[in-house]
Design a protein around this ligand. Structure first.
Ligand code: HEM
Length: 147
């Protein structure tokens, strides 16, 4: 198993980075949708269109990209025998945080669909900085490998 994964290492890593891009794109888009969604009137035809767009973004991009990024990331780490390395542990911490943020977004979307508007548009725009900052730290950890 380890031998097969090692032979495929570069392909696994290429696939991993491709799905990281899809995942990040979805994480940037969904809170943007929420900003427009919550400006629409609860129960209006416009709101229904936003609920539909959010569901499609989740089903077609976000959920598959999250799963495939994790699977290929774990396969790449196994292929290169990196499980004991400090940079990977630190990276996993941030990736877990990003996965938690993903879960929170899904929950927020459900609240919006119920007619609740818990956060202001300004706060949502600020929250949109979270995946960008996390991605910067993650990329530095995996490329520079400071420890
Ligand atoms: C989901 C759990 C994840 C695991 C287990 C994981 C693990 C890995 C491993 C082992 C590598 C190979 C490093 C090397 O060849 O030196 C890698 C590469 C990479 N990962 Fe992840 N990763 C995950 C998520 C992410 C996320 C969320 C991002 C960005 C936001 C990311 C960005 C990258 C990049 C840019 C590379 C290429 C680095 C290079 O070739 O120098 N990864 N990842």
């Amino acid at each position: 198993m380890q031998e097969v994964l090692s032979m495929l290492y570069l392909w696994l890593k290429a696939g991993h980075v491709i799905f990281v891009i899809f995942w990040m794109a979805g994480l940037f888009m969904l809170p943007r949708y929420f900003v427009y969604h919550q400006e629409s009137e609860a129960g209006s035809a416009e709101e229904l269109r936003w609920i539909d767009r959010e569901a499609k973004l989740r089903k077609i991009i976000l959920t598959p990209a999250l799963i495939i990024t994790w699977v290929l990331g774990i396969a790449t780490a196994t292929a290169m025998g990196a499980w004991g390395e400090g940079w990977l542990h630190a990276k996993l911490l941030f990736v877990l945080g990003l996965s938690g943020y993903h879960g929170w977004l899904v929950g927020y979307g459900k609240k919006l669909a119920r007619g609740e508007r818990p956060l202001t548009g300004k706060k949502l725009r600020l929250l949109n900085e979270v995946p960008g900052l996390a991605a910067a730290v993650i990329v530095i950890l995996v490329v520079v490998k400071p420890f």
